[in-house]
Design a protein around this ligand. Structure first.
Ligand code: GDP
Ligand code: MG
Length: 451
């Protein structure tokens, strides 16, 4: 997400670096380029105009800070404006209702409603320990009901049956009653969408809203629709008292304009972004982190949270204990680590969030792909257990055998061993301390960097 905008902005702001101070002239030129970058990212015009005006006022009125170069001061201003446009802070879901808290999903067909119902259910289950039920009122497409049922089963959410012969309002009421009897904390109601805004659809969802009075009414919108996303958002916002937005398919959107326009146009917070097709592809939306990501500062905090969540903590603790006891980090441990990375969605998704990664050419990034992980694991797989435990054994002939065994070259085996040695060295450093401390350490470092 935001690749193009990031590339443009970092190039523009880099040009300012050498200059002594911010003047009306050099600001003018830079802001012109920022403006073009935003428009190309498909941010809607009124938002861009407003944005540029505010950065300009800020830049001209600003005392020159001795510690910052003009480029840096402008980055700071642009970053602050980006955060402001996107809504300052993450706004959490409001679930303070007599249970079950009702969440209604609205949006066009294909926006990602059904997928988001399952993702959100899973997220609430995993992160807030909520008991969540889901139901579909999409009585136009039997396949859509089936789709939700399958997703719900996959992530163990309570699924309430519905049928295309029923009325959406009745389906929702029945499900809410059933959820009450089962003492569920939350019920998420999926709805039908159309390809375009039409009165019938709006009428139907308005009636549904009035009948069930949800505490959250979330507008689900496909970020890849760019300018259209802003227009649809306005139409839904006029028809329904929206409480928030889920911006989907951010993983496939290089422009990112919708994230900047929607808040401005609807006044409603983006609460989550969809970042993948699978049910774990949902993240709370943090304006400051996204702004940093746009400016190429990476998103270390999201990354660390992801690592904390997805790494198998028990396994990690075991590994640390083992190392503390003085038993060395061996190739079997390394293999487990590589597999862990694979499970976390691979190297690619981690790299994207690291600071400075936008400076790495994209063809190079593509090379550091998940195939590499699989190849390294294959090398270890073709070793005997003894070799994995005592890597020092691996010399000439054994190396050849291992290479042949996994269908790779000798230098592939050597490269893998070299990386293993580097990792082993790092692991020795962590000898004193546990995983929690390690993670805390990284976090503090990152916070320091961000200041
Ligand atoms: P609905 O018609 O609004 O219910 O939309 P669906 O939930 O059926 O989603 C439409 C398509 O978008 C499906 O193929 C989903 O897999 C895909 N999709 C939804 N959210 C995301 C996302 O965040 N990222 C990606 N890559 N695909 C998504
Ligand atoms: Mg659907």
């Amino acid at each position: 997400m935001f690749d193009n905008l990031t590339d443009r902005l970092s190039l523009t702001l880099k040009k300012l670096k050498g200059q002594g101070r911010l003047t009306e002239d050099n600001i003018k030129e830079t802001l012109h380029e920022v403006r073009t970058a935003l428009l190309e990212a498909d941010v809607s015009l009124p938002v861009v105009t407003d944005f540029i005006e505010r950065v300009k006022i800020g830049a001209l009125g600003q005392e020159v800070q001795a510690s910052l170069s003009p480029g840096q001061s402008l980055i700071k201003l642009v970053q602050a404006e980006l955060v402001k446009v996107m809504g300052e802070a993450n706004e959490a879901l409001n679930l303070r209702a007599t249970p079950p808290a009702i969440i209604l999903m609205a949006g066009l067909q294909g926006a990602g409603k059904t997928t988001s119902v399952a993702k959100l259910g899973r997220w609430l289950q995993e992160n807030q320990k909520k008991k969540v039920g889901v139901v579909s009122t999409d009585v136009y497409r039997p396949a859509a009901i089936k789709q939700l049922q399958m997703l719900a089963n996959e992530v163990s959410l309570d699924f309430f049956e519905s049928d295309i012969s029923q009325q959406p309002v009745d389906i929702a009421r029945n499900a809410i009653d059933a959820a009450k009897r089962k003492f569920l904390d939350v019920i998420i109601i999926d709805t039908a969408g159309r390809l375009h805004i039409d009165d019938e659809m709006m009428g139907e969802i308005k009636a549904l809203h009035a009948a069930i009075n949800p505490i959250e009414t979330l507008f689900v919108v496909d970020s890849m629709t760019g300018q259209d996303a802003a227009i649809t958002a306005k139409a839904f916002n006029d028809a329904l008292p929206l409480t928030g937005v889920i911006l989907t398919k951010a993983d496939g959107d290089a422009r990112g304009g919708a994230a900047l326009s929607i808040r401005h146009i609807t006044g409603k917070p983006i609460k989550f972004i969809g970042v993948g097709e699978k049910t774990d592809g949902l993240e709370p939306f943090y304006p400051d982190r996204i702004a940093s990501r746009i400016l190429g500062m990476g998103d270390m905090l999201s990354l660390i949270e992801e690592i904390e969540q997805k790494v198998d903590k028990e396994k990690a603790e075991k590994l640390v204990k083992k190392i503390q006891k003085g038993q060395g980090f061996n190739l079997e441990d390394f293999r487990e680590q590589l597999q862990e990375m694979q499970r976390m969605g691979g190297v690619g998704s981690m790299l994207e969030k690291l600071p400075g990664m936008n400076a790495v050419p994209s063809d190079m990034k593509a090379q550091i792909n998940d195939k590499m992980l699989a190849r390294q694991i294959a090398v270890i797989n073709s070793m005997t257990m003894q070799e994995r435990k005592y890597p020092d054994l691996i010399k000439g002939n054994r190396k050849k055998r291992i290479a042949a065994g996994c269908g790779q070259e000798l230098h592939d085996v050597n490269r893998m061993l070299k990386q293993f040695l580097m990792m082993q060295k790092m692991m020795k450093k962590f000898k004193s301390g546990n995983v929690a401390n390690m993670v805390r350490g990284i976090k503090n470092n990152v916070r320091g960097m961000r200041r």
